[in-house]
Design a protein around this ligand. Sequence first.
Ligand SMILES: Nc1nc2c(c(=O)[nH]1)N[C@H]1C(S)=C(S)[C@@H](COP(=O)(O)O)O[C@H]1N2
Ligand SMILES: [Mo]
Length: 294
Amino acid sequence: MSDLKITPKSIYLKRRSFIKNSFLGISSLSLSKFAQFSSFASQNDKPTSYEAITSYNNFYEFGTSKSDPKKNAFRLTTHPWSVEVGGLCRSPKTLDMDDIFKLNKIEERVYRFRCVEGWSMVIPWTGFSLRDFLLHFEPDDNARYVKFETLYRPEEMIGQKSNILDWPYVEGLRMDEAMHPLSFLSTGIYGESLLNQNGAPLRLVTPWKYGFKSIKSIVKISFERDMPLTSWVKSNPKEYGFYSNVNPDVDHPRWSQKTERRIGEWLRRKTLMYNGYGEEVNDLYKNMDLKKWF
Ligand SMILES: Nc1nc2c(c(=O)[nH]1)N[C@H]1C(S)=C(S)[C@@H](COP(=O)(O)O)O[C@H]1N2
Ligand SMILES: [Mo]
């Protein structure tokens, strides 16, 4: 797809969400200095093509190679779809996607996206703030973490017939990370509904963390007291941590994290601390040893 074709829609969406945000902002709790802006990528970050975003994927439920998700994800039925939200909160509920769309105003966020494997993209997501969504369920004061789970349906998710990971895929955030204004639940890309290979109908996006934290096709969210045991930590705790913040100074045991290949570019780029979102997220980790808590 040519950039000429996609840009106008993207700009249009951006402008719309900007207007919405500044309008909303005055009374909204979530209005921070960041939420007024719909774009969190710089001039230097040209959005990756829709074609690449939807054909070069990691989604092990459909196979382990980059082309498997696009090839195999058509089997997944996403209508109807419900998301159960519970655990330590006052208003647990199971919602279908229509309820979810009614709860939240859709906005666009252009974010850099960095996979732990050393490639990156720039993705114009549509969706809504995770914080705004979670507040509807009135989390208790003793909720310290949020746990997310992907659908388990091996008849449709054929990769789940292999035991490469312990299904269902589980991810988690500390409560303050989940409540951070950058944390986002996505329902679309370039203004189109998410395709199955990208995690339809609902997936997480935490742009300062490695891509595997951005769990796809979510069916369950729960507020927890203890740190959830996430899929990658469970499968290989020496190589993957709970926090997994993008950090060029902490190498993966099998490769350096200093640089990355931006899909669509020739030369490798320097990887930025917190994927370039340090100004926004530094405070979350100010008392932590980032080498120890990787
Ligand atoms: N359920 C689930 N979520 C997942 C994965 C997965 O295998 N299963 N892969 C993760 C990894 S490693 C990355 S890099 C991103 C890729 O997202 P994308 O294919 O939309 O770019 O999804 C993440 N979310
Ligand atoms: Mo990844």
